[in-house]
Ligand binder design. Structure first.
Ligand code: TRP
Length: 369
């Protein structure tokens, strides 16, 4: 298994990641605390789609004492937005609604330019503003959401990034990110730029502000470095809550990837694309209809079942019914795929409408120097 910010491959063992990264489980006690503070729970928490954290208990202590926190998350614009990207953002939106807090959203055109061999900066910047439409389309609060594309906000980030960089050695960056002597030097400075928004709210508000980062677990190496540096700069360590990955359409051992369109459903896909892609998706069912009826299937590896579980079917009773039926063979692969096609098509029809409207709202959300 490889899980770094720039590569995820193999069978991802999430328990092992908690051990290796040194993060914490989201315990039952913590779930109850979140539910109490938020007024309700979220199915992504109950189902362990968000499964790990750093200092979430500390953040809740602060919140309960009346100290408001802010949210920070982001996007690396290397292609069109797909459903895997939306998963943590949907949860982030819930957090914003329930806690009524600000969100800082970093779009890293600079990162994708230095990391991706074949991408021009003009292209990553263009994609950055295009991806921002997907963020806005999810309905974040325009008065409390600040989206910035790095190269157009770097003046505000640079002084913070410099202070982080000064306290981060090359050997730390090498060890945490797997850099070597052939890595371009843009990448060795880059982690300081992703750390900067953790302290930006404190800089902007002239006081220490607790920050919670909802993001997939592959981003955790950044927070490790940032948390080491924070006390040296006089700031709070950022807290984090980590999600699993939505698998690629070709099977549970894969992540959705923008560079492989057949593995992925993009937010701009047509109903025909959605139907074609989901119909072809990896199935955990029996080899034939007869075999499936006799022996049943495995919803834990079935891609359509997993998309419903992780993102598209919030009703846990329905999930249980569906999974039980699938295991017994009463529910077929075709049934599950038809249900998912309907859910995804409905979602995208609505999303695409809002995405169009977002073009007019962009200015309200974007921070520039
Ligand atoms: N590095 C992330 C990516 O490639 C983008 C990003 C920047 C981000 N800041 C973040 C993601 C904070 C999550 C949280 O997608």
């Amino acid at each position: 298994m490889i899980v770094t910010p720039w590569e995820v491959s193999g069978h991802v063992d999430y328990e092992k990641l908690i051990m290796e990264f040194g993060t914490s489980h989201i315990t039952k006690g913590l779930l109850e605390r979140i539910e109490k503070a938020a007024g309700e729970t979220h199915f992504m928490l109950d189902r362990k789609v968000f499964f790990s954290h750093r200092d979430l208990d500390w953040l809740l202590d602060k919140y309960e004492k009346g100290e408001e926190f802010v949210l920070y998350t982001g996007r690396g614009p290397s292609g069109d937005t797909h459903l895997g990207h939306l998963l943590p953002w949907v949860f982030t939106k819930w957090l914003q609604d329930k806690f009524d807090v600000e969100l800082y959203f970093q779009i890293t055109d600079d990162e994708k330019f230095v990391v991706k061999e074949n991408m021009e900066l003009s292209e990553t910047t263009r994609l950055g503003y295009d991806n921002a439409l997907d963020v806005i389309a999810l309905g974040f609060d325009p008065d409390k959401t600040f989206i910035f594309v790095d190269t157009d906000y770097i003046k505000s980030l640079y002084k913070i990034a410099l202070r982080v960089a000064k306290h981060t050695t090359f050997s730390t960056a090498k060890a945490v990110f797997g850099l070597d002597n052939s890595t371009n030097i843009g990448m060795s400075f880059w982690p300081a730029v992703q750390a900067a928004p953790c302290f930006l709210p404190s800089v902007l508000k002239y006081r220490n502000v607790p920050v919670l980062i909802p993001a997939a677990i592959d981003q955790d190496p950044y927070w490790r470095i940032t948390r080491d540096v924070a006390p040296k700069l006089g700031y709070y360590k950022p807290a984090a809550i980590h999600s699993t990955f939505l698998p690629g359409l070709q099977g549970p051992e894969s992540k959705m990837s923008s560079s492989k369109p057949e593995t992925t459903i993009f937010t701009t896909d047509t109903p025909e694309d959605v139907k074609k892609k989901i119909t072809r998706a990896f199935s955990g069912g029996g080899a034939t209809i007869k075999e499936h009826k006799e022996k049943g299937g495995n919803p834990d590896i079935d891609v359509a079942c997993q998309y419903l579980y992780q993102m598209f079917e919030p009703d846990s009773n329905k999930i249980k019914e569906l999974f039980d039926g699938y295991r017994s063979g009463a529910v077929s692969t075709g049934d599950v795929k038809a249900l998912l096609i309907k859910k995804v098509t409905d979602f995208l029809t609505e999303h695409q409408k809002k995405r169009e409207q977002a073009k007019k709202k962009l200015d309200k959300f974007i921070l520039k120097d």
